[in-house]
Design a protein around this ligand. Structure first.
Ligand SMILES: [Zn+2]
Length: 254
């Protein structure tokens, strides 16, 4: 049986993960852990299961697990989790077309030279932050040519290793500022919701004597208005967690 449900050959999953990890400077034992965990999803999956699409939440969960493991000092567990996330990123880079085109891309990737420039790009772009990890996952898109797929898988692997294993370089001052801003955005979102959902209808009803005002429409407008500060709050909250969760030195926030 042709193993066509796998989006990339094991050899390629491994060479990308190992090269990216070596470039980052991970310890040998962690590289060995990545080498085995990057093919784990194909070993675990059911026959014919296709897992190259719709895996973003699972991928992000694995990345969070990896980051939390780093923060509690268990780098080996982190490599086990991250390797599996890298697998999904690699698979997602490959276009899911007909079985024929899929097979030929898979074949061609194996014949390509390793894109060292993609490693260098990933080294420049990868930073230890939630935002970097999240963007790597959400911006990984299926490519319909082998060279682009290999490039993306490689660059994003290098970035994700830095996002998870890198040093956060957050001073106490900027960490406190980040925490303050987080609450500020939540406050703005709350004020905007109260204004548009309660205060505005009351004004309209009393002043314009317009009880029939379409409150559903107002609800929609309100949701659009508050979404930005709320998203900012969530991002900052997650960024704080990325830096501090489980760390003894930093205050526990959530
Ligand atoms: Zn796979």
């Amino acid at each position: 049986m042709a193993n066509w449900s796998s989006s990339m050959k094991w050899h390629d999953h491994i060479r990308i993960a190992v090269k990216a990890a070596e470039d980052f400077g991970l310890d040998r034992s962690l590289i060995e852990m990545l080498r085995s965990s990057v093919i784990l999803p194909d070993r675990k999956k059911q026959k014919y299961e296709r897992h190259h699409t719709g895996k973003d939440p699972e991928t992000m969960l694995l990345i969070w697990n990896a980051r939390n493991a780093v923060l509690r000092g268990d780098r080996s567990a982190a490599a086990l989790e991250l390797g599996q996330a890298l697998h999904y990123i690699h698979d997602k880079s490959v276009h899911v077309g007909s079985q024929h085109s899929h097979d030929s891309i898979e074949q061609e990737i194996s014949s390509l030279d390793f894109p060292q420039n993609a490693i260098e790009n990933g080294r420049k772009r990868g930073v230890c932050s939630y935002r970097c990890a999240e963007r790597c996952v959400s911006h990984t898109t299926p490519k319909d040519d082998a060279a682009s797929a290999l490039w993306e898988a490689t660059e994003h692997s290098r970035m994700l290793i830095a996002a998870v294993f890198g040093d956060a370089h957050v001073s106490d001052v900027s960490f406190n500022r980040m925490r303050k801003h987080k609450w500020l955005y939540l406050l703005v979102a709350a004020c905007l919701s109260v204004t548009s959902l309660i205060v505005l209808p009351i004004i309209l009803i009393t002043l314009a004597r317009w009880p029939g005002f379409p409150s559903v429409l107002l609800g929609v407008v309100s949701a659009i208005v508050v979404v930005k500060p709320l998203q900012k709050y969530i991002d900052l909250r997650l960024e704080c967690k990325w830096v501090a969760a489980g760390s003894e030195a930093q205050p526990k926030l959530f």
